[in-house]
Design a protein around this ligand. Structure first.
Ligand code: F6P
Length: 307
């Protein structure tokens, strides 16, 4: 997100446009917590995880009263347009703010879940996948040395993209995601089959939103009545921190730049994203109406290669 903030501020600066940074998202907007951001204020942040501006979930912004307060603060400071970095909740809020108060809003897709339409990848996804992948590589050392079965839980409450990419890149024997109901018996057979084929270890990647009770629940179900030696690792918020990858920095810079250009061209209620390497504009709504990426082909490939 910091690369996107920097992209917004420096593009605006280059075009003679004044930028304010909103602290802690919509909560800060309601409390009028904004600070001047010039080109120097975003120095030395491109390599930082998290966001220098802070972020927050705001119940108050979900109410018309909360949005009215936020709009009054923006208008009071002479703000003409808002760049919103976030997921579908943030974009629903932006749409309402624009509808109700005429504040032009442009969205930048930012979530480690990669579960938005209108962009091949969302900000943070590549970094989070690489963190998960590094963890899987490290876990593999113990798994293979001890001939163990490991269940590694990654984030993703409603979408399995992190699990799919980390699992495929990490050579997992199986990946369990919210998009496909989990069949414990089938996982047990796959794991048994892997060991019977001569594998010395087995790694199963589980998305936290899987329907079978997370990695601990699945591990218990799979090993029940077997002599399998298993362990569970839950990666949690480790995946949301640390220096962003090159891909995330480049994506953030490009989308930050594109968001400012879009606002200056009078665009409203749109999202800037990247598809097949090209920067594109879609309606904000596309983020939540067209987010039905098909997990099927990746799951099939993982199944095929796990032998
Ligand atoms: O939406 C991104 C995400 O990281 C999910 O993958 C995860 O379930 C959730 O946020 C965690 O949210 P919180 O930090 O509020 O616990």
């Amino acid at each position: 997100m910091n690369a996107a903030v920097r992209g917004v501020v420096r593009t605006a600066d280059a075009l003679g446009v004044h930028t304010l940074g909103v602290e802690f998202g919509y909560r800060g907007l309601i409390k009028d917590r904004m600070r001047e951001l010039d080109a120097r204020a975003v120095s030395g942040i491109i390599q930082l995880g998290g966001t220098i501006l802070g972020t927050a979930r705001s119940e108050e912004f979900r109410t018309p009263e909360g949005r009215a307060r936020a709009a009054a603060n923006l208008k009071g400071r002479g703000v003409d347009g808002l760049v919103v970095i976030g997921g579908d909740g943030s974009f629903h809020g932006a749409q309402a703010l624009s509808d109700e108060h005429g504040i032009a809003c442009v969205g930048i897709p930012g979530t480690i879940d990669n579960d938005l339409g209108g962009s091949d990848f969302t900000l943070g996804f590549d970094t989070a996948v690489n963190v998960a992948l590094e963890a899987i590589d490290r876990i593999r050392d113990t798994a293979s040395s001890h001939e163990r079965l490991f269940f590694v839980e990654v984030m993703g409450r409603r979408a399995g993209w992190l699990a799919l990419y980390a699992g495929l890149a990490g050579g997992a024997s199986a990946v369990l995601v919210p998009e496909r109901p989990t069949d414990i018996e089938a996982v047990r057979e796959r794991v048994r089959g892997s060991f019977e084929m001569g594998k010395t270890f087995c790694i199963v990647v589980v998305a936290e939103g899987d329907d079978a009770g997370g990695a601990y629940g699945i591990a218990n179900g799979v090993v029940e009545g077997t002599s399998l030696d298993s362990r569970v690792t839950v990666l949690g918020h480790v995946q949301r921190g640390g220096p962003p990858t090159m891909r995330d920095r480049v994506l953030g810079a490009r989308l930050g730049h594109a968001a400012v250009k879009a606002l200056l061209e009078g665009q409203d209620q749109i999202m800037v994203g990247e598809r097949s390497g090209q920067i594109i504009r879609t309606s904000l709504e596309t983020a939540w109406t067209d987010n039905d990426h098909d997990a099927g082909p990746l799951l099939e490939l993982i199944d095929l290669l796990a032998r």
